[in-house]
Design a binder for this molecule. Structure first.
Ligand code: TRH
Length: 358
């Protein structure tokens, strides 16, 4: 099969998830022999997120009038970022026209299964005559799946936390629980610290908002009770995965780290990207509904939902923490469920090859 040429357009709204997801997809496509041009308006985060780049991925600036490049075989409009008209016009002039896909944000809500692979004929504008396809990632076989590199589980299984932590200059203590923290400003960290400081805990705070919060709560010695904290530098995506694998509990946010925590297979708490009108509350509970359907105890499920709600400022501070043994079992069972569905890149390539979706 000759390698296809994929054009991925990415507009960085804020935070790191837009570029994070786009890079993972571009790199995963290239690792499977595809050729990818990632056109992005702010590639600065890739300097630390993917310092070595990826053979097969060209990163190009998304300027107002992109250079006259012949559109590739597939054009992916990431998160509905709206392609430049001049490029769409060239897509319409190409024979055959490229497959045009709008890859949407991740959600567990029911509308995703109904909307996945929706056909949208373009009747006006520079793309008149073209068809745009809506592609939704998701948690069920009726969706486009989740990004999962083919060797991810093998790498996860072969990982040694102690060795990796030492490579960062961190000496792990077997008696400590290890918690990673990646959150938005304003996360209710004091509740987490109060609970975690009662037992020996190593809190690994990621760069940015998490580090700032930890410093403001713990001061320069980064300790409270039986908890000690370490502030990490900005990690590559590969090392961020290793951080999640090295911990017993992961606090994640947004979209990409949220998915990567699920592949880590250990308990996690998700801080969802806040949206107006509590739209994010519906998204959070839609995920919990699916996730907790695997929980075998109603009281445990209620405690986990209460913890996630409090962490997202959607409910008063939670009381009891979920029992860790059940929580670990849920994380493993949930990952097993997800591993049974084809990964996003495999499904996307099959979608592009499927003549029914021309
Ligand atoms: O940064 P985020 O909050 O991004 C958000 C979400 O993507 C959200 O859906 C979107 O609407 C909003 O941006 C605009 O969280 P997320 O999605 O986890 O992306 C963070 C990326 O940064 C992810 O790819 C992991 C990566 N990362 C590293 O590579 N190294 C690090 O040290 C850290 C902390 C993160």
């Amino acid at each position: 099969m000759t390698a296809r040429l994929w054009d991925l357009y990415c507009r960085v709204v804020d935070n790191w998830g837009d570029v994070g997801v786009c890079w993972r997809l571009a790199a995963d496509l290239a690792a499977r022999g595809e050729s990818v041009r990632l056109r992005i308006d702010d590639a600065s985060a890739l300097a630390w997120m993917a310092p070595h780049g990826m053979p097969g991925v060209g990163v190009l600036p998304w300027t107002a009038a992109p250079p006259d490049l012949e559109p590739g075989d597939v054009v992916i409009e990431m998160f509905g970022c709206r392609l430049p008209d001049a490029f769409v016009a060239r897509m319409a002039a190409r024979t055959p026209p490229p497959r045009w896909i709008n890859l949407e944000y991740l959600s567990a809500e029911d509308y995703v299964e109904r909307s996945h692979r929706l056909r949208s004929p373009q009747t006006t504008g520079p793309g008149a005559g073209l068809v745009k396809w809506f592609y939704y990632p998701g948690f069920t076989p009726a969706t486009g799946g989740l990004i999962r590199e083919p060797d991810l589980m093998q790498r996860r299984a072969a990982f040694d936390a102690r060795t990796w932590l030492r490579s960062l200059g961190i000496e792990p203590d077997d008696g400590e629980q290890r918690i990673s923290l990646f959150c938005y400003p304003g996360a209710p960290l004091e509740r987490l610290l109060d609970a975690a400081a009662r037992t020996p805990t190593l809190l690994l705070a990621t760069t940015g908002a998490a580090a700032d919060l930890v410093r403001s709560h713990l001061g320069s010695d980064l300790r409270c009770g039986r908890l000690r904290a370490v502030v990490l530098p900005a990690l590559s995506q590969t090392d961020y995965d290793r951080l999640l694998w090295a911990c017993d509990l992961n606090f994640v946010r947004g979209e990409d780290s949220f998915v990567r925590a699920q592949w880590a297979g250990v308990p996690f708490v998700w801080q969802i990207y806040p949206q107006a009108d509590d739209v994010h509350a519906r998204k959070l509970h839609a995920f919990l509904d699916r996730h907790l359907a695997l929980a075998d105890d109603a009281a445990f499920a209620a405690r986990l939902r209460a913890l996630w709600s409090a962490w997202n400022g959607l409910a008063p501070a939670h009381e009891a923490w979920p029992e860790r043994g059940r929580w670990s079992a849920l994380a493993r069972d949930w990952r097993e469920t997800l591993l049974r569905q084809a990964d996003l890149t495999t499904q996307l390539i099959a979608f592009v090859d499927d003549s029914r979706y021309n």
